[in-house]
Ligand binder design. Structure first.
Ligand SMILES: Nc1ncnc2c1ncn2[C@@H]1O[C@H](COP(=O)(O)OP(=O)(O)OP(=O)(O)O)[C@@H](O)[C@H]1O
Ligand SMILES: [Mg+2]
Length: 361
């Protein structure tokens, strides 16, 4: 197991390196040993490219990959001791499940006694005990993927396990189960895992540390809690959360600070900070923190209710004031109907201020 560091990585697939040709740009990142990590971001942002650079399948255009402080940039895939689990199962159909699991060990000339002991251990962890003698070709796709996973974690000298959307082929109910299992294996074996997904829910439930990428860059790498409470950019605020963060552009004219397109005045405690910076200012507030009331409240702002969406244990209100539209998340007891008036408050402590797209502390 190893700590993984990426230094000044750039990668372009094109022979001519134009700016738009970069799949990975200016990337610096550290993943601690034994940690559960997720790599999250929209399709095409560079997640698979990054995993392939770590495992050595791909040589970056420039930059370094370090395991435990040692530069492995020039090492082959084999010598990096990385296990990679892909979107679709990679198993030998004609071999038994046992032989599939044993393969990475035998490949490294492990003694048969140890092979048997280790395969038994992994089979136990993954509930594969009952199918060990079956030929892998006869398993269903979910079971095959579990075998792929087993092959990934069977060696004890693995530096890290990289999983690239490993649960895509698994149906939703089993998915939850498997993710939980993966998580408990990660803790039990204390392995560094990097789990790639474009699904925030998957990332936030699996990992202690989540790295959010966009267009080849790391936008924020933090705990799920920090991504929720302190999104570094509006992109993070919007990508994480259901629904994402509300963003409101500020306008200063003379002594007054307003929300663009609405009659809303920004409370003085925030307006004072807004006036102290020069750039374009957006205020962000998560739908969970927007306070709402169906009864008039002094000093709160009146919005009209445009839509109510039920989402199981909570509801999402779409609220409008002038041209401004925001979302508020309320519990399932909240009763209001469309076209009602709703009084709204943005608690200042939950309002994030962005100057030119960057959170200001
Ligand atoms: N072999 C390749 N040749 C040229 N361009 C590529 C190649 N592989 C990926 N790209 C480009 O590099 C960028 C990053 O792709 P990558 O596959 O790493 O994204 P991703 O985050 O894994 O996306 P997804 O969520 O769809 O799997 C994209 O613009 C993609 O089109
Ligand atoms: Mg990918």
């Amino acid at each position: 197991m190893a700590k993984i560091e990426l230094r000044d990585l750039h990668h372009s697939y094109a022979s001519q390196e134009t700016d738009s040709g970069f799949a990975i740009r200016d990337l610096n990142l550290t993943w601690e040993d034994g940690s559960a990590n997720a790599l999250l971001g929209p399709s095409g942002c560079g997640k698979t490219t990054l995993l392939n650079i770590i495992s050595g399948l791909l040589r970056p255009s420039s930059g370094q990959v370090l395991f435990d402080g040692v530069d492995v940039s020039q090492l082959s895939t084999r010598d990096r001791h990385i296990a990679q689990v892909f979107q679709f199962p990679v198993v030998y159909d004609t071999m038994t499940v046992f032989d599939n699991l044993a393969f990475p060990l035998r490949n490294r000339r492990t003694g048969e006694r140890e092979v048997r002991a280790r395969v038994a251990e992994i089979a136990e962890l993954l509930d594969l005990g009952g199918v060990l003698t079956r030929s892998a070709g006869r398993l269903n796709p979910a079971q095959k993927q579990v075998v792929s996973l087993g092959r990934g974690i069977v060696r004890k000298d693995t530096a890290a396990v990289l999983l690239d959307e490993p649960l895509t082929v698994i149906d939703p109910v089993l998915k939850l189960d498997l993710r939980r299992k993966l998580r408990s294996i990660q803790q039990e074996l204390n392995m560094a895992m990097i789990y790639v997904t474009h699904d925030q829910h998957e990332a936030l439930t699996f990992a202690d540390w989540v790295t959010l990428m966009d267009r080849g860059k790391v936008i924020q790498s933090a705990s799920p809690e920090a991504l929720f409470l302190n999104p570094q950019t509006p992109f993070v605020g919007f990508f994480i959360g259901s629904p994402g963060m509300n963003m409101m552009r500020c306008e200063v004219s003379g002594q007054r600070t307003r929300i663009k397109g609405s009659p809303l005045e920004v409370p003085e405690i925030i307006a004072a900070r807004v006036r102290s910076v020069a750039g374009a200012i957006d205020l962000g507030i998560r739908p969970e923190f927007v306070e709402t009331s169906t009864k008039p409240k002094a000093e709160w702002n009146v919005f009209s209710l445009q839509a109510v969406d039920h989402a199981g244990s909570y509801q999402v209100l779409t609220l409008k004031s002038g041209q401004l539209r925001i979302k508020a998340r309320v519990d399932d007891q909240f009763e209001a109907t469309e076209a009602d008036r709703i009084w709204v408050r943005f608690p200042p402590e939950n309002v994030k201020i962005y100057e030119d797209g960057e959170l200001i502390p």
